[in-house]
Unconditional design. Structure first.
Length: 84
């Protein structure tokens, strides 16, 4: 049901449900080369902070990536370590 609605199934056994159009092929290829987010004490804090969305919005707006990654490394590291 997930694949039939264009969402990537969590199990590669069900990728055939995506179909065979270009979107499906690209999704299957990218999922096949993906890695899970490593377990971290504060990952929920990172997600709850809204900082990921902020970071990616700035990336999309063409921000300087070197400066941006240094800025958000300083934000994410304490959060990942369970500090607020």
């Amino acid at each position: 049901m997930i694949g039939e609605n264009g969402l990537g199934p969590a199990n590669s056994d069900y990728t055939s449900s995506l179909g065979d159009d270009q979107f499906a092929k690209t999704l299957i290829e990218s999922a096949s080369n993906s890695k899970l987010t490593p377990a971290a004490v504060g990952w929920a804090g990172v997600e709850a902070s809204g900082k990921l969305e902020e970071f990616f919005a700035k990336v999309a707006d063409g921000a300087d990536l070197t400066a941006l990654t240094a800025e958000y490394d300083a934000i994410f590291t304490p959060l990942l370590n369970g500090q607020r």
